[in-house]
Every structure is written in structure tokens, then in C-alpha cells.
Design a protein around this ligand. Structure first.
Ligand code: NAP
Length: 306
């Protein structure tokens, strides 16, 4: 059978933790399940400057604060990976450790990093998806970042303080990142921006030693010796648990409106995994609040019926 919670939240990023705060403040029993680490993508952001009330805060500190707030309010928080979700009254949530029953479930599973898909990517030391986590291993060395968005530029700027040289490789001529970040990178003497450039191969046996590059405008092939490549080529929604239950939208996101209601009664989608126009920390938190309040309402209706 497994223990019963009014609301089970899947995912411990800003959306999930905010949902836990709202649901606990509404007096509901809450179990929050996270498979890896708390805070989601924001946890590895060196500096968050667009969260209201904080002109600058590290992603790690903000994540810690969110976690502590949810825990202090009485949410049960477990590091367990959800294997399956069976809708019903109650819903059944099966993890690698046990089975739980839930009046309502909030899916706040966020996004996971996209990779370049190059041979050797999984095997070679020196290929990373997190500059803040791994950058220090390459202090004083030459490194590269792939991508042209805000993450790639933030990573390049972070690495430039640690590494000898950082080359940012972007497949198009125009950068997607905010102009302020692009200008800051242009101003650093140890950052080289290489637009219209793709990585076609990784070199090295156990450790990365260099990259084979191709200029997409001229077709010219070149080599870039580096000890690390940080891939910052975007994210894709994490919907493994939900994919069996819903038709995802064409981009792979969970269809649900601003009210976070999915097509299945008592199942809610919140944060970056949901179909939406703006994916930011603030909108993830907003979703967490909306989903929790809708889930509380659903629990009240369940109680009225029984
Ligand atoms: P993103 O904005 O989607 O950028 C991904 C980059 O990777 C794009 O430049 C894209 O190229 C490139 N790319 C995608 N697939 C590729 C492939 N197969 N090969 C080579 N390049 C590829 O992702 P992000 O930088 O992770 O940011 C995600 C979201 O978080 C964005 O909304 C961003 O604004 C936000 N964010 C905000 C901050 C902040 O401080 N405000 C910091 C980090 C992230 P194209 O440009 O050609 O598509």
C-alpha cells in the first residue's frame, strides 16, 4: 500500500520547493521526491541577479534557502528517483525505495542538459556540463565552451577567472545570449569568441586533449588543443515519468495551462517541464505556487466526496 500524502511533489528545483512551501502553509501533508540534488539548474549558477529581492545571490545559496524553508515548514523531503506514476484515487508513486499514495501529484521535473552527441563524450575526462562544478579542475589550462546562450557566456566568464584561456564556440554567427554578457566576454583578454563554428570530434584517449572544429561558413577544418570542453547547448524537458501518461507538446513539454492542470485529474505540471512561453526562476516559482494551490483545492474536493 505505502504511506499516504495529500500531495507528492516530483522534483526538488525552485518549482517543486515553492510548491512544498505553499502546500505546507495550507496545512497539507507533503512528500517531495528528488533524484539527484536540490535547487535544479539554478544550484550551479554562480550568480543569480534576477530574483526579486536579491540584487545578487549564488544559485547554491538560493537553493539552500528554498530547501530549508520547505523543510522547516514540515515537508518530508527524500532523495529517491520516481520510477513510475499510476494515476488513480489515490495516485500511486513508485520510487527506487518504495511506494507512496497521493491525493494529488505535482510534476516539477524541470529540464536536463542537452549534449552535442559526439563520440567519446561519455567516456573522456574533460567533457563537462557544469563549469561551476568542474571548472576548478582546469585552473591555469586552456578550455572551451560550446553554445551561444546565456549559460555558455556565463560559463565562459566564470572559467576566464580560473583558466588560462577560454574559447567559446557557437554554431551560428549571432549569439543568443543577452548583449550585456556578450559585451563582457568581448572585454576579457583571455576569452576568444568563435562564431559559425561547430565541434566535429573530440581528441584524446582517456582525457580530452583537443577538439576538431569546422567553420560552418567556409568549411575550414581546424584543431583546438584544450583540456576541457564545457557543453552549454541548452536544455530539454525531463518528462520520463510523465511521457507514458500524456501526449507531450511538439517540443516535448508537458501540456498544462497557467493553472498547471494537466488532462489527468489530480496531476499538475509546474516549472520548466510545462508548456510555457517564459522559463525563468521567477516563473518556475510562480508555477509552484499555482500548482500547489490547485492541488490543495483538488484535495478539498476529494475530501468532500468521501
Ligand atoms: P539556450 O538559451 O537554449 O542556448 C543554447 C545554445 O546552444 C544556443 O546558442 C544554441 O544555438 C546552442 N545549441 C543548441 N543545440 C546545439 C547543438 N546541437 N550544437 C551546437 N549548439 C547548439 O540555453 P541556455 O543558455 O542553457 O539558457 C536556457 C534558459 O535559461 C534561457 O532562457 C536563458 O536565458 C536562461 N538563463 C538565464 C541566465 C541569466 O543569468 N539570466 C543564465 C543562464 C540561463 P542557437 O542559438 O543556434 O540555437
Amino acid at each position: 500500500m505505502g504511506p499516504y500524502f495529500d500531495i507528492v511533489i516530483v522534483g526538488g528545483g525552485p518549482a517543486g520547493l515553492t510548491a512544498a512551501v505553499y502546500a505546507r502553509r495550507a496545512g497539507r501533508s507533503v512528500l517531495l521526491l528528488e533524484r539527484e540534488s536540490f535547487g535544479g539548474q539554478i544550484a550551479s549558477s554562480p550568480k543569480v541577479e534576477n530574483f526579486p529581492g536579491f540584487s545578487a545571490i549564488s544559485g547554491a545559496e538560493l537553493s539552500d534557502r528554498l530547501y530549508s524553508q520547505a523543510e522547516a515548514l514540515g515537508a518530508q523531503i527524500e532523495l529517491e528517483e520516481v520510477q513510475s506514476l499510476q494515476p488513480g484515487t489515490p495516485h500511486t508513486v513508485t520510487t527506487d525505495y518504495g511506494v507512496y499514495r497521493a491525493g494529488a501529484v505535482i510534476l516539477a521535473t524541470g529540464m536536463q542538459h542537452r549534449s552535442l552527441g559526439l563520440p567519446g563524450e561519455d567516456r573522456l575526462a574533460g567533457v563537462s556540463f557544469c563549469a561551476v562544478c568542474d571548472g576548478a579542475f582546469y585552473a591555469g589550462q586552456d578550455t572551451a565552451v560550446a553554445g551561444g546562450g546565456n549559460t555558455a557566456f556565463q560559463d565562459a566568464l566564470y572559467l576566464a577567472d580560473i583558466c588560462r584561456h577560454v574559447t567559446l564556440l557557437h554554431r551560428r554567427e549571432e549569439f543568443r545570449a543577452d548583449p550585456v554578457l556578450v559585451e563582457e566576454a568581448r572585454g576579457r583578454s583571455n576569452i576568444t569568441l568563435l562564431p559559425s563554428t561547430v565541434v566535429t570530434a573530440l581528441e584524446g584517449t582517456d582525457r580530452l586533449t583537443g577538439l576538431v572544429l569546422k567553420n560552418t561558413a567556409t568549411g575550414e577544418v581546424s584543431r583546438l588543443p584544450v583540456s576541457a570542453l564545457f557543453e552549454a547547448v541548452g536544455q530539454q524537458p525531463e518528462t520520463r515519468v510523465a511521457a507514458a501518461l500524456f501526449s507531450l507538446d511538439p517540443a516535448g513539454f508537458l501540456p498544462a495551462g497557467e493553472d498547471c492542470l494537466t488532462s489527468i485529474p489530480g496531476l499538475f505540471a509546474a516549472g520548466d517541464c510545462r508548456t510555457k512561453a517564459v522559463r525563468q526562476l521567477t516563473t518556475a516559482c510562480a508555477d509552484g505556487a499555482a500548482a500547489a494551490l490547485a492541488a490543495c483545492q483538488f484535495c478539498r474536493e476529494l475530501e468532500r466526496r468521501t
